[in-house]
Design a protein around this ligand. Structure first.
Ligand SMILES: NC(=O)c1ccc[n+]([C@@H]2O[C@H](COP(=O)([O-])OP(=O)(O)OC[C@H]3O[C@@H](n4cnc5c(N)ncnc54)[C@H](OP(=O)(O)O)[C@@H]3O)[C@@H](O)[C@H]2O)c1
Length: 254
């Protein structure tokens, strides 16, 4: 394990799901976590919870698609040990024939451009730490497509390519790039956001699946990867529940 000490870990999209779980686990591993997301009340509540548990956390409201706001945020840091690019998600599940271009744009803006903004802004501080780690939350959607998934698949492919290319470009600097690609994770908001609040449609995503991954399962893999010794780069972790063999092959007991 690397000694986290007083080192800073920034987590985007820390107001729910995988981001919140990752913030909790990195704080428990000894990092000073900086929680960012658009919903200030939620990240402030989580920061309070982490601090009450005897760890260190601060909250900073941030929309990763707002380049200027991201750049202002970055000026607060001289060195950063870990950046977890988690903010993102899916919108809609329409076929290519009828998909809404606005959904596609928004997914690209958040999952790709948002990751680009914050990674660019924090790269100098990650390098200055002498041992920086960039994590990109892609998805199994970045590795294989599925019907109704094209907009999200395209965006997550963008995030994957950003991670892979950055790794090539910064080799020789003290920063490593880790891609974590989860399959089906049952989080409170992911599917509900995708289906715009339609909880019935959202529930169908997980129907009959005995044990989808939890946010904690994914946070656990992220925390494991970032706490490997600095010379060890876990390029890519693909993590699925046992009941899921591929994006389209899921065992359901209905
Ligand atoms: N759940 C899955 O099955 C699954 C599988 C593979 C990959 N993933 C990926 O894992 C990540 C987390 O997913 P999750 O399941 O935890 O979803 P979630 O609960 O919906 O969390 C998404 C997070 O992203 C934040 N966010 C969205 N747009 C943002 C923006 N413009 N600026 C800043 N923050 C923004 C949200 O916070 P605010 O709304 O407060 O801004 C929220 O904290 C996403 O990138 C998702 O695509 C999820």
């Amino acid at each position: 394990m690397t000694a986290a000490g007083n080192r800073i870990a920034v987590v985007t999209g820390a107001s729910s799901g995988i981001g919140a779980a990752t913030a909790r686990q990195l704080a428990a591993a000894g990092y000073r976590v900086v929680l960012t997301a658009r919903r200030k009340d939620r990240i402030e509540a989580l920061a309070a919870e982490i601090n009450e548990a005897g760890h260190q956390a601060t909250a900073y409201a941030l929309d990763v698609t707002d380049r200027e706001a991201v750049q202002t945020f970055a000026t607060a840091f001289r060195t950063i040990a870990v950046l977890v690019n988690n903010a993102g998600g899916a919108l809609g599940a329409d076929p290519v024939a009828t998909g809404d271009p606005d959904d596609w744009r928004q997914m690209y803006e958040t999952n790709v451009i948002g990751t680009l903004h914050i990674t660019q802004a924090l790269l100098p501080a990650l390098t200055a730490s002498g041992d920086g780690t960039v994590v990109v939350l892609s998805s199994t959607a970045a590795h294989a497509t599925y019907e109704g998934g094209a907009g999200y698949v395209a965006a997550k492919n963008g995030a994957r390519v950003l991670a892979e290319t950055l790794r090539l470009e910064i080799v020789g600097t003290p920063v490593r790039v880790i891609e974590v690609a989860p399959g089906m994770v049952k989080t409170e908001e992911f599917a509900t956001t995708r289906f715009r609040g339609d909880t019935e449609k959202a529930a169908k995503v997980y129907a009959g699946v005995a044990e989808p991954l939890t946010a904690d399962d994914v946070a656990d893999t992220i925390a494991w990867a970032v706490t490997r010794p600095p010379h060890v780069n876990i390029d890519l972790l693909v993590v699925r529940p046992r009941a899921q063999a591929s994006n389209t092959k899921v065992h359901r007991e209905l």
